[in-house]
Design a protein around this ligand. Structure first.
Ligand code: FDA
Length: 285
């Protein structure tokens, strides 16, 4: 028990709390300084229908609370949390329930992108529901070799895309392995989304990527309200307010809940220093 609390304390940098109440408080504080948010109920690779249905209930309740409080906040969901590993049918039905709960409050749902084993199924499911529900968007990972053609198809459909580099360990057959290649891919996809996308969300903390987007938008006369930047709760906070004060939309991805371990592990993988900070805190140094 002590161990769990300790690790939980370590994850607290990246996770807004165990409960929706704590997470909504965090969103309120972000909104106060003009930052938008996307709430994520932590959970993935759900193995039972009951767990997937519990996630639907949590998201539906959350969307009600967001609506009632008037917060500037949408939600992000993972399809494996909604039952994708049990089959496309349950994941689709559960997603539709969340989309309808969001629509009641004029809100929007982003489907996070998970490991490459799920990419095609996630995109198929997205395109299927997008035909009848427009309050949904998806994520593209720049490290995947296939992403240029996926972005073109999503732009043609008029879909809202969040572009990120990609956080899962993928083999060379599907993903670029070198940082430079991923960055080149990110810049090219960002340009495509700026020119032909529907309010893209640029999810990155990488200054070079951000400045390339700003230069491309300025060079093409694309107004600030046609795109947004997105960053993770607990990562590069001064950059959030810097971009906001320069007149850009910034959204912070705010996860909460008790299933924080895989999310925390991905944050450690992105930046090894996070592990050193974590170990120092445990050792009390
Ligand atoms: P990069 O990793 O090169 O980092 C640039 C700089 O940012 C670093 O030098 C450091 O200063 C800082 N930084 C980055 N990560 C940090 C960390 N963990 N701790 C501290 N500092 C850090 N991935 C995915 O596969 N599917 C998804 O759906 C999403 N969704 C998503 C939403 C949002 C809003 C963000 C910001 C990111 C995601 N990601 C994601 C994660 C993304 O794919 C990627 O792993 C991280 O954003 C890190 O990549 P950067 O673009 O920040 O660049």
């Amino acid at each position: 028990m002590v161990e769990i609390r300790r690790v939980n304390f370590l994850a607290a940098r990246f996770v807004a709390g165990n409960t929706a109440e704590e997470a909504l408080d965090a969103v309120h504080r972000l909104n106060e300084v003009g930052l938008k948010a996307s709430l994520d109920v932590l959970g993935e690779e759900t193995r039972s229908l009951e767990q997937a249905q519990a996630a639907v209930r949590e998201y539906s309740q959350l969307l009600g609370w967001i609506g009632a409080s008037g917060l500037d906040c949408n939600v992000s969901v993972k399809l494996t949390q909604l039952g994708l590993s049990l089959g496309d049918g349950p994941a689709r039905d559960n997603l539709l329930k969340i989309l309808d709960a969001a629509a009641k409050h004029g809100n929007f749902v982003r489907i996070d992108m998970e490991g490459s084993a799920y990419t095609q199924r996630t995109l198929d499911l997205f395109h299927g529901v997008f035909e009848s529900r427009k309050n949904v968007g998806v994520v593209i990972q720049a490290y995947l070799r296939r992403s240029a053609s996926d972005v073109k198809e999503l732009n043609r459909a008029g879909a809202r895309v969040r572009l990120c580099k990609g956080a899962y360990k993928e083999p060379p057959s599907v993903a670029f392995q070198e940082k430079e290649e991923v960055n080149r891919s990110y810049d090219a996809l960002a340009l495509e989304l700026l020119e032909r996308g529907n309010y893209p969300g640029f999810a990155t903390h990488d200054d070079a990527r951000i400045e390339a987007i700003l230069a491309a938008a300025a060079g093409r006369g694309i107004p600030n309200d046609r795109f947004e930047f997105q960053m993770l709760y607990g990562v590069r906070k001064p950059r959030w307010t810097d971009l906001k004060s320069r007149g850009f939309n910034v959204r912070i991805y705010v996860p909460y809940g008790t299933h924080w371990l895989p999310y925390y592990y991905r944050r450690i993988r992105e930046r090894k220093e996070n592990l050193i900070f974590a170990l120092r805190s445990v050792l009390g140094r």
